[in-house]
Design a protein around this ligand. Structure first.
Ligand SMILES: NC(=O)c1ccc[n+]([C@@H]2O[C@H](COP(=O)([O-])OP(=O)(O)OC[C@H]3O[C@@H](n4cnc5c(N)ncnc54)[C@H](OP(=O)(O)O)[C@@H]3O)[C@@H](O)[C@H]2O)c1
Length: 245
């Protein structure tokens, strides 16, 4: 695992947006950030899942979170701008965003990638990330230090047979991270990408249904990197692709 000791209250008073906060890694990140004192903004597609995470955060005695139900597949530039304005109106700034939500599409030979699946994967994993990151920049500028973390994959800088649209979308994610990091170098905003590594979640289970789930990391195991990138300990880290495992 990424070698970092999580410190109590290390995210105290931070405002952090987590996409895909209803399930898998995003859910664990939201619970962990909140437990360290952050006010977490839970963005996701399925409202019921977000409400369950909201309840868990309140039950653990953490700051009350906010919920933004949004389907990244259909959302428009205006939806993201309105969302960013609401965040600034309610919280005055944004200290961090974990862009975690994405879809796998289908694992298939390149020859048989369906155009519709390709379009959906690119919409959710690339275009939505672009619109979201762009819309959030004004809110980041209002923070003393701000952290934008994209989520890549083991197939995000080395292509792998049958991982088609998903793999290609993660290359784009890493490219986007590098462009932003270079432009905002020397600013209050840092931008990095996380490679979670094999982690026991619904997405992993759909890609490897026969795998023994006890042999891979849990979302909780990989939290040190997720916390590090949102904490002030990573203020000088920019433009990096970092392995959580
Ligand atoms: N798990 C791994 O082994 C692994 C390895 C490498 C990289 N990653 C990356 O890590 C990130 C999290 O993966 P995960 O395994 O936790 O995935 P997951 O279990 O499938 O969870 C993904 C989350 O994203 C949300 N989401 C999906 N489509 C959305 C949409 N159109 N609009 C809004 N939210 C949407 C889902 O919401 P709903 O539940 O409401 O659909 C869910 O909460 C992804 O970027 C993935 O590519 C994971």
């Amino acid at each position: 695992m990424f070698d970092y000791q999580i410190k109590e209250n290390s995210l105290q008073d931070k405002i952090i947006l987590v996409t895909g906060a209803g399930d898998g890694i995003g859910k664990q990140a939201a619970l962990t950030y909140a437990s360290l004192g952050a006010t977490v903004i839970l963005l996701g597609k399925t409202v019921e899942k977000l409400e369950n995470v909201y309840d868990e955060i309140v039950a653990q005695g953490s700051p009350e979170p906010a919920i933004i139900p949004l389907d990244l597949k259909g959302a428009t530039k205006k939806n993201y701008q309105d969302m960013a304005s609401t965040i600034v109106g309610q919280f005055g700034r944004l200290d961090g965003a974990l862009l975690n939500a994405s879809i796998l599409g289908e694992l298939t030979p390149f020859e048989t990638i369906h155009e519709q699946i390709w379009n959906d994967v690119m919409q959710v994993n690339v275009t939505a990330q672009f619109l979201l990151a762009q819309a959030l920049l004004p809110a980041f500028k209002l923070a003393k230090h701000a952290s934008l973390a994209f989520t890549s994959s083991g197939v995000g800088n080395k292509g792998r047979a049958f991982w088609g649209a998903y793999s290609i979308s993660k290359f784009a994610t890493e490219g986007m991270m590098q462009v932003i990091a270079d432009e905002y170098d020397e600013s209050n905003l840092r931008c990095n990408a996380i490679n979670p590594g094999a982690t026991n979640t619904p997405m992993r289970n759909s890609a490897y249904p026969a795998e023994d789930k006890d042999t891979i990391a849990t979302p909780k195991d990989i939290m040190p990197l997720y916390v590090y990138l949102m904490s002030d300990d990573s203020i000088d880290v920019n433009g990096q692709r970092i392995n959580a495992q």
